[in-house]
Structure formats: structure tokens, C-alpha cells
Design a protein around this ligand. Structure first.
Ligand SMILES: *Cc1c(COP(=O)(O)O)cnc(C)c1O
Length: 385
């Protein structure tokens, strides 16, 4: 059997149509979009067109879209940019315990540099309680950043409700929607969201390019200085092939969301049901309010890293719940926040499905997972059964 890719939460393969759209800008159209001459104008057309596509896909205006180098930069620009623009109005920032490090570490950095930080807890499913947010906002609060859907456990937050609380209190609301594009419909002009981050490589676009939606009249200070590109908020000559690719990718991702969602949910639930047939395997995250492609399970008495490596040998690519990739043995802050003990967190595995996965693959993965967990438990000293 061919290798099976179940790590779409980490990145997705670029679509052929996206590559086709990019090629002219990697070969012929090399002009600088800021140049006045015909070469520049040709590139400018590609840039404008991509911006229109992103805006149309999100129900926003083209002027509200700023291109960046990806999700991390978009999160930084939103949070640090708003903090700097509003520091004379207030110095309190609120976020949640399960944010991606691009948000969490940025907020913590501000916390060490004169800002007050509140980190909202989540329940056992990874949900933020809107009442907690309501209570946390003070006269000093300037910004709230809560992700739309979590990258590890897939939990989808009630962002409309959270955003409305912020709007009522006149506090900026930013959401990291990097995992959500293509899985849910946005109509930003009607939603209480002031800023939204996205990244092309999470929806079958190229790596190293993203965007930040910034609602009109939202005050942001630039973090990088140079030219006047992207309304001065992101100066520097644009990554035109990447941006054109992002434009095509978001257009494809936002077409027939409902159909793709149903297909993924079916595969996801089949995979969850199969994995949970094994004793002492638990589902992490919310049973229904979760990303269509996200599966996250903990096998007790098994080490996630060993499981990951054994699956890799069998041609299955997944992701483990601990942050061992960073060289530390600390379990994921997300799994800690939903209340798992260290051992359970260390036995966790994220399997994130995508458009090319099939039912046959799911059957095979369930079979291999069962075999592997059984084998590893036999070897394990902590497994006393
Ligand atoms: C991948 C991811 C990011 C980072 O995006 P990059 O484009 O890789 O910088 C941020 N937030 C979430 C939720 C993500 O999944």
C-alpha cells in the first residue's frame, strides 16, 4: 500500500490547480508590483486579483486583506500591532490556554513587557466558556485573541458569541483561523471579528504565505519598517507567486465546503469509532464541535512517540501530542489544559484527515493502530493488565 498521509493539521499537499496559477509568476511575470511600467502592472494585476479572491472567500473587502509570510506572522502582526497601537488606551490582553504558540508566545512576550495577560481556561473538551470571557474583560482590556478551531484536538470555539462580547465592550477580537479555512464558512462583514489570521499551506496552498484580515478602522501599528507595501503594515516586495497561489487555494477551499465537510466527517467518525474499539483508548477534544478532519486519541500505557515511529514504519504519517519535536519531553500545553495527566498526554496521537484520504486507508490505519498498541503494551512496564 502507498504511504498514508494523516497529518493535514501540520501541512497539506499543494493542489495542481494552485501550481498552475503560480507558474506564470515564477516564470514570465517577474515585474515588481510597485513598478509603474508594463512589467510591474502585470504583476500588480495578479496581486490585486489574489486580494479580491481572498476577500470574496471571506465576505470581506479587498482593502481589509494584508498578505504576510504565514499564520505565525499574521498572529504576531494582529497581536503586537494592536497592542502597540492601543497601549495608551489600555494594557490588558486576554487569550486562551489552548492557543497555537504563535499566539500564546506573542501574548506572553507582551506580558513580560508591560502588558497584563489573562489566559482563559478551557473545559475538558477544549471549549472556552463565554461567561469566563465576559468576566475577564476590564476597563483596561484592549484585545482578545481566541482561535477559531484548535490545531491539536480540533475543538471549534463559539467565536460569534465570544466576538459579540468583545464588540459590546469595545475590545478588539482577533481569531487564529489557520485550521478553519475550507472547513467553515466566513462572512466577515457580518461577523463580530476584527482580525483573522490564515495560512495558505493549511488549505492546499504554498508554504510561507498567509494573510491577516483587518476590519476597516481597526488600529494597528506596523512591526516591520521599509516601503509602503500592504498599507505599510507589511512592507517589502511581495511574494507574488505565493500570494497568487494563496488566492487560488482559498477560492478552491471555500467552494463546496458543505460537501467536502460531510465526506471528511464520515471518514473522521469511522476512524474514531475504529480506534475507540480498543480498550483504554480515549478521544481528546469535543465529540461533535470539532474540525471535520481531526482525530486525536490517547492510548493508555503507550508512549506516543513509539507509536508514531511504528506507524511511520508501516507507511502512516501522523503526529504526536507531545512537544518532543522541540527537544523537550513536555507534553502539549493543549492536552494539559483539557486536564490530561502526563501519561495520558504522552500516549496521544493526532491523525488529521484531508481530501485525498479514503475509507480503505481508514480501515488499514485502524488495523495497524490496533496491532501496534497491543504490541507496545505487551512491551510496556507500566501496562499491568
Ligand atoms: C499552522 C498554524 C499556525 C502557524 O502557521 P504558519 O503558516 O506555519 O506560520 C498558526 N496557528 C495555527 C492554529 C496553526 O495550525
Amino acid at each position: 500500500m502507498d504511504k498514508i498521509y494523516l497529518d493535514h493539521g501540520a501541512t497539506t499537499p499543494m493542489k495542481e490547480e494552485v501550481l498552475e496559477a503560480m507558474l506564470p509568476y515564477l516564470k514570465g511575470h517577474f515585474g515588481n508590483p510597485s513598478s509603474i511600467h508594463a512589467f510591474g502592472r502585470e504583476s500588480r494585476k495578479g496581486l490585486d486579483e489574489a486580494r479580491r479572491k481572498v476577500a470574496a472567500s471571506l465576505g470581506a473587502q479587498p482593502e481589509e486583506i494584508i498578505f504576510t509570510s504565514g499564520g505565525t506572522e499574521s498572529d504576531n502582526l494582529a497581536i503586537q500591532g494592536a497592542a502597540r497601537a492601543l497601549e495608551n488606551k489600555g494594557r490588558h490582553i486576554i487569550t486562551s490556554a489552548i492557543e497555537h504558540h504563535a499566539v500564546l508566545d506573542t501574548v506572553m512576550h507582551l506580558g513580560k513587557n508591560g502588558f497584563d495577560v489573562t489566559i482563559l481556561p478551557v473545559d475538558q473538551y477544549g471549549m472556552v466558556d463565554p461567561q469566563d470571557l465576559q468576566k475577564a474583560i476590564t476597563a483596561d482590556t484592549i484585545l482578545v485573541s481566541i482561535m477559531t478551531a484548535n490545531n491539536e484536538i480540533g475543538t471549534i470555539q463559539p467565536i460569534e458569541e465570544l466576538g459579540r462580547i468583545c464588540r459590546d465592550k469595545e475590545v478588539y477580537f482577533h481569531t487564529d483561523a489557520v485550521q478553519s479555512i475550507g472547513h467553515m464558512h466566513f462572512q466577515l462583514q457580518d461577523q463580530p471579528i476584527d482580525m483573522l489570521s490564515l495560512s495558505a499551506h493549511k488549505f492546499y496552498g504554498p508554504k510561507g504565505v498567509g494573510a491577516l484580515y483587518i476590519r476597516k478602522k481597526t488600529r494597528l501599528e506596523q512591526l516591520v519598517f521599509g516601503g509602503g507595501q500592504e498599507r505599510k503594515l507589511r512592507p517589502g516586495t511581495e511574494n507574488l507567486p505565493g500570494i497568487v497561489g494563496l488566492g487560488r487555494a482559498i477560492e478552491l477551499a471555500c467552494a463546496d465546503i458543505e460537501g467536502k465537510k460531510q465526506k471528511l466527517i464520515k471518514l473522521r467518525d469511522k476512524l474514531i469509532d475504529g480506534l475507540l474499539e480498543i480498550d483504554d483508548v480515549l478521544l481528546n477534544g469535543h465529540p461533535s464541535q470539532r474540525l471535520p478532519g481531526n482525530v486525536n486519541v490517547s492510548a493508555l500505557y503507550v508512549e506516543g512517540e513509539s507509536l508514531l515511529l511504528s506507524l511511520d514504519i508501516k507507511g502512516i504519517a501522523a503526529s504526536s501530542g507531545s512537544a518532543c519535536t522541540s527537544g523537550s519531553l513536555d507534553p502539549s500545553h493543549v492536552l494539559m489544559a483539557i486536564g490530561l495527566d502526563h501519561q495520558t498526554a504522552h500516549g496521544s496521537l493526532r491523525l488529521s484527515l484531508g481530501e485525498s484520504n479514503t475509507e480503505e486507508q481508514v480501515d488499514y490505519v485502524v488495523e495497524v493502530y490496533k496491532e501496534t498498541v497491543t504490541r507496545l503494551r505487551k512491551m510496556s512496564s507500566v501496562f499491568k493488565k
